[in-house]
Design a protein around this ligand. Structure first.
Ligand code: PMP
Length: 434
């Protein structure tokens, strides 16, 4: 626990004690509370480039990046400038601005399957709206999701990971009526046969498949070859909408997201995180034929007082413009490779039974002797070992996501020397634990 660390965290602990009297669990989003590693969170004062600075004056290399958005590093000058300039023209008008078309064009040019886009304020809104749209388009009710995939906190998506094959929707949280999740079918990630079976059982009832094309909310699970392609074939065959939730992977694993890497065309795509550059933005988009059902062009209602917010659009535009510069994703891949080679060598040399998984600038280290292919195998990792690793990495100035079941992110701001320091820290920590 945090008691084991020699870091001075007194001010963080004071602030956390106060916050707990005011906010449930002292936080506004559960995983921030460090429950996954059994301690108290560090409170952040500021961040710059690859570093986070906490309220006690400790400095950390940041592998959380606000859970993904800060791919350029913190306080990136052109993004700061764009947001500053936008703020001087007014915060929000509730009326159209050209910035919305500028960001829409950047998304559409970067992701060929997206012909039209609607901006919202979070990934949660993006996925729940995309599913409403898929249901409106097909006139059907059932949806398929995969256990261990997270698509935000909408009622219908809070469905428990089921063991084995198809699990009829059981709510994951009190407060979610069973009726709300009754149309949510959940199967194991990478299990194409289970999806085929669901389509045979309900050939005319399934509106959509929603999938994280790389599953980044149970650690990091890659799609096995053919899995995503099978989803495309089945959804086309049965007239269901294929939704890629690229809230994590969009503009992260490639400019065009995971769909670019696998050369696929989903019907709808959800975005969040990077497209807002650290301000609250989500988006859903896809085929024009489907998107034209969205109000006011069509009957599918979806709205937002702050949607398309000028500051958020400015941050998104500046961020995507940087990412569209030549060589950025090659740089991210090269940084990822440095880390992979270093950490894999440590695991090999020290004979650590762990799985290092990486795609582009995202990675995860599972403390498990077996390959992780789905939620069931992810859950078999040694979370106590992870917790001890987490605190010792923190002590060495490396801030990792405080849970075995989250992905780590590499930013463009991380230098090769900082990546080498990270590998050295992993080596020292794992050696010590031996
Ligand atoms: N989809 C995916 C794949 C996500 O990773 C997340 C959040 N981590 C969401 C949706 C929900 O996004 P938000 O937290 O912005 O509502």
């Amino acid at each position: 626990s945090s008691a084991e660390t020699s870091l001075s965290l007194a001010r963080s602990h004071e602030l956390f004690a106060e916050a707990q009297t005011l906010l449930p669990g002292g936080v506004n989003s559960p995983v921030r509370a460090f429950r996954g590693v059994g301690g108290a969170p560090i409170f952040i004062d500021r961040a710059e480039g690859s570093y986070l600075y906490d309220v006690d004056g400790n400095r950390y290399l940041d592998y959380v990046q606000s859970w993904g958005p800060m791919i350029l590093g913190h306080s990136y000058p052109s993004v700061v400038q764009a947001v500053t300039e936008a703020s001087q023209r007014g915060f929000s008008f509730g009326a159209p601005t050209q910035a919305e078309s500028v960001l829409a064009r950047l998304v559409i040019e970067s992701v060929p399957s997206v012909e039209m886009v609607r901006f919202v304020n979070s990934g949660t809104e993006a996925t729940m709206s995309a599913l409403r749209l898929a249901r409106a388009y097909t006139g059907r009710s059932k949806i398929i999701k995969f256990s261990g995939c997270y698509h935000g906190h909408a009622d219908m998506l809070l469905v428990q990971a089921g063991s084995g094959v198809a699990t009829m929707g059981l709510p994951d949280s009190p407060g979610v009526p069973a009726e709300t999740t009754a149309n949510t079918l959940s199967v194991a990630y990478n299990d194409g046969d289970a999806v085929a079976e669901l389509f045979r059982t309900y050939p005319n009832e399934i509106a959509a498949i929603i999938v994280e094309p790389v599953a980044a909310n149970m650690g990091l699970v890659l799609p096995q070859p053919g899995f995503l392609e099978r989803l495309r074939t089945l959804s086309s065959q049965y007239g269901a909408v294929l939704i890629f939730d690229e809230v994590m992977t969009g503009f992260r694993v490639a400019l065009g997201g995971m769909q670019e890497r696998v050369g696929m065309t989903p019907d709808l795509t959800c975005f969040g995180k990077i497209i807002g550059g650290g301000l609250p933005v989500g988006a859903y988009g896809g085929r024009r034929e489907i998107m034209q059902l969205v109000a006011p062009l069509g009957p599918m209602y979806q709205a937002g007082t702050l949607s398309g917010n000028p500051l958020a659009m400015a941050a998104g535009i500046a961020t995507l413009n940087e990412l569209r510069q030549p060589g950025q994703y090659e740089r991210l891949e090269q940084k990822g490779q440095l880390l992979s080679e270093g950490i894999e060598r440590v695991l090999y040399d020290q004979k650590i039974p762990a799985q290092f998984v990486r795609i582009g600038a995202m990675f995860c280290l599972y403390f498990s002797a077996e390959p992780v292919t789905n939620y069931a195998s992810a859950r078999r990792s040694d979370t106590a070992h992870f917790a001890s690793y987490f605190w010792q990495m923190l002590e060495r100035g490396i801030y990792l996501p405080p849970s075995q079941f989250e992905a780590c992110f590499i930013s463009l701001a991380l230098t090769n020397a900082q990546l080498a320091d990270t590998v050295a820290a992993v080596s020292a920590v794992l050696k010590k634990q031996d």
